[in-house]
Design a protein around this ligand. Structure first.
Ligand code: G6P
Length: 366
């Protein structure tokens, strides 16, 4: 298998640009296009018999899991316990009889995630994994494997594996909603048709790389960068900050917009860029009012939204109008600008983008 960077300067850039294609390939594995419905391999999972779902992962995969919590609770009325594996494995969490535990991992080799899987198996759980490497340890020790078809990911900072994980988890949440009688066939068709439009919408966002590059030049000079989001945009705020930290070594933090007033707002002054992920969903007005508080304290607001009125409403310094999409898919779509921002900031700062200091692609020891 020949792996090269193609026309790109770094693997990370290549992998960001591959996303429309690998998401299409991943969705094709789970979607029945004739009926806009989901078909999970092996006849599906027993979502209808669950009182709680447990999802465990590390790093970027954890943020995919945290996003999925919003989807499972909303579309399948299924309570989700989600945690990072290094905490979960020692928490001695009591697990329900005949429960289902899901593990999300690009490599399928992360030591803490594997240890959490074994804890769940020893405590009588059915084990399902969302993995990118089908011959990995986590895949081999799972009862059901839901593959992401992202292809080899070489850049240490995860990009395409993340959006493929989100795509598979969205399919699982829809399947769970059907099986639990929460979604009708028509609801399912609406959500699936939103999902299958993601690659096309994402390709449109990727064409605007120069705009994100220009913004990155200002981030590279900042002392600190904050990311804000609410609802299913909150995990993406955390992922945006992680991405920037990992490859540019800038200090970045993500917060739930509604939590600002409980501390983080003290960090804001006119030198701090605040990246707001504010799609026009049910929480848009709430987010806008949080952003007005940021603007009132002089923060340099940058808004990503599909609502053109967002910029005026919050007196943002910059505004990126993203394509309008179903709220289900916004976290997948909004992942692209935050990846490109991190990438171009790191390039501007001259760091080793594909092999950042102190980090490993796969953490196989505790
Ligand atoms: C490492 C990588 C991260 C990744 C995490 C989990 O820390 O640098 O990019 O998100 O491990 O890896 P996994 O292979 O389990 O998804």
């Amino acid at each position: 298998l020949l792996i090269d960077k193609g026309n790109h300067r770094h693997f990370m850039a290549k992998e960001i640009h591959e996303q429309p294609e690998v998401i299409s390939r991943t969705l094709a594995h789970y979607v029945r296009f004739d009926s806009n419905s989901i078909e999970l391999p092996g006849g599906g999972l027993p979502f209808d018999k669950l009182s709680k779902l447990t999802i465990t992962a590390c790093g970027t995969a954890f943020y995919a899991a945290l996003t999925a919590k919003y989807w499972f609770e909303r579309y399948a009325k299924l309570p989700v316990d989600v945690d990072i594996a290094s905490e979960f494995r020692y928490r001695e969490s009591p697990l329900p009889k005949d429960g289902l535990a899901v593990f999300v991992s690009q490599s399928g080799e992360t030591a803490d995630t594997l240890a959490s899987l074994r804890y769940c198996r020893d405590n009588g759980q059915l084990i399902a994994s969302v993995v990118n490497v089908p011959e990995s340890s986590i895949a081999r020790e799972s009862d059901a494997v839901l593959q992401t078809l992202a292809g080899p990911e070489i850049g240490v900072a995860s990009t395409k594996a993340f959006t493929c994980q989100l795509s598979v988890l969205a399919c699982m949440a829809i399947a769970a909603g059907r099986k639990r009688g929460v979604l009708s066939a028509a609801d399912e068709a609406e959500l699936v048709s939103a999902l299958v439009q993601v690659p096309r919408l994402m390709a449109d966002v990727l064409k605007r790389e120069d705009e994100f590059d220009a913004l990155a030049q200002t981030l590279a000079k900042a002392p600190l960068v904050l990311y804000l989001g609410r609802g299913s945009s909150y995990p993406l705020a955390l992922e945006g900050a992680l991405k920037l930290k990992e490859i540019s070594y800038l200090h970045a933090e993500g917060f739930a917009a509604g939590e600002l007033k409980h501390g983080p707002i003290a960090l804001i002054d006119e030198t701090v860029p605040v990246i707001a992920l504010a799609p026009k969903d049910a929480l848009f007005e709430k987010t806008v009012s949080n952003l007005q508080e940021v603007a009132a304290r002089g923060g340099k607001l940058v808004v990503f939204s599909d609502a053109p009125e967002a910029q005026a409403a919050v007196k943002a310094q910059a505004n990126f109008v993203l394509p309008m999409a179903h709220s289900l898919v916004n976290p997948i779509l909004y992942a692209v600008p935050i990846q490109l921002l991190a990438y171009h900031t790191a390039v501007a700062m001259g760091t080793d983008v594909d092999q950042p200091r102190n980090l490993a692609k796969s953490v196989t020891v505790e």
